[in-house]
Design a protein around this ligand. Sequence first.
Ligand code: 5GP
Ligand code: ZN
Length: 116
Amino acid sequence: MSDCIFCKIVRGEIPSKKVYEDEDIFAFHDINPIAPVHFMIVPKVHVASLYDAGPDHQAVLGKILAKAGELARGQGLADGFRTIINTGRIGHQEVYHLHVHILGGPEPLGSMLKRK
Ligand code: 5GP
Ligand code: ZN
């Protein structure tokens, strides 16, 4: 996708603070962090959202999750972290290139969602 902002980051056309890259996945710090450590892991291939993912994406999505702990460790998140994938309007997704947020401490992040 030529005009997708995360595809541009993956291609290096928009600068980012890179955490990790291999042939399939790319990780970079969020430009507007909501926790002391906040980075995202994305597939290099454009997939709009988790809603749009399918069997073709099984390997790369598995790779992202399998890499999350190692990358979190590299950012000092030894006491844990939160992973978030926002999907669609209800999930408040802002960028339509599937991404896994990794959020961490040093303090506990609080409950996942506020109870109404
Ligand atoms: P979403 O709400 O789609 O799950 O999250 C999108 C995230 O992308 C937001 O946290 C936002 O701060 C981040 N973001 C948006 N544009 C850029 C950008 O150009 N560079 C980086 N590093 N992060 C971005
Ligand atoms: Zn994209």
